[in-house]
Ligand binder design. Structure first.
Ligand code: MG
Length: 251
């Protein structure tokens, strides 16, 4: 009888270890300071705005906030100048007039220069899909915070695969592919929300499964919501800038 190859013996062990490793990625407590920091990868220099494709819904082209309101449905009060908009502290977050579900979203943003503050208090804003699921915006260029709250983290749940930050004062891009959660008529989750994200062109999430809404110091369960909800941008009190925001609705 032939002896089994080393690979045949080792493969089941490797599979078990791989599964345990994958599971451990999801079992870190929220905002655990011991969760490993993603490695830093310089993304290369910023480019010009990425043109919106023919089937895109343009949400911000640098001219006005006509596609946006504040949280109460009143005109958005963020500053618009030189083809960008800027968070006005205490004006509150802004959200799109229209609601969206599954989509491919392109956002360009810039952290304030000179940088001020540290940890979560440094160039903080955020992009919320369906006003509920946040891709964190933060200045983590030479500045650390808990891994699940850093730049491009799915806040409180998934750290990015790498830290692809550009320095403050330079334009950065997020390209987000979002699949909304599916609920049955009773609100039972049939499929969780998923996100694939590129930060400055680098893959930082690949089909990451959300545990529910993103939240501070909590991982709340899903709550049934409509199939379409606004995209929102966070006012965290820091003058973060945005330009060139567009979206493609997915089938
Ligand atoms: Mg934020």
């Amino acid at each position: 009888m032939r002896r089994p190859s080393l690979l045949a013996v080792a493969a089941p062990v490797i599979l078990v270890l791989a599964a345990a490793f994958a599971a451990s990625q999801d079992t870190w407590p929220v905002h655990d300071p011991n969760r490993p920091q993603p490695r830093i990868v310089a993304p290369g220099p910023a480019g010009p705005p990425v043109p919106a494709p023919a089937d895109a819904v343009v949400l911000f082209d640098g001219k006005d906030l006509g596609q946006w309101t504040d949280a109460k449905g009143q005109p958005a009060r963020w500053k618009v100048e030189n083809v960008h908009m800027e968070v006005v502290a205490k004006a509150g977050g802004i959200r799109t007039v229209r609601g969206f579900g599954d989509c491919q979203l392109h956002v360009e943003w810039m952290a304030p220069e000179p940088a001020k503050g540290k940890d979560q208090d440094r160039g903080n804003s955020g992009v919320f899909l369906m006003d509920t699921y946040e891709v964190q915006i933060l200045d983590c260029y030479g500045s650390a915070t808990y891994a699940d709250g850093m730049t491009a983290a799915l806040y409180g749940q998934h750290p990015p695969l790498v830290n692809a930050c550009r320095p403050p004062g330079e334009w950065q891009t997020y390209d987000i592919v979002f699949r909304r959660p599916r609920f049955d008529a009773d609100g039972k989750v049939l499929a969780p929300a998923r996100m694939t994200v590129l930060h400055n062109g680098l893959l930082v999430h690949e089909c990451a499964v959300l545990t529910g809404p993103t939240a501070h110091k909590a991982r709340p369960p899903y709550k049934m919501h409509p199939d379409r909800l606004p995209i929102s941008l966070q006012d965290h009190g820091h003058p973060v800038r945005f330009r060139n925001i567009w979206l493609r609705e997915l089938e």
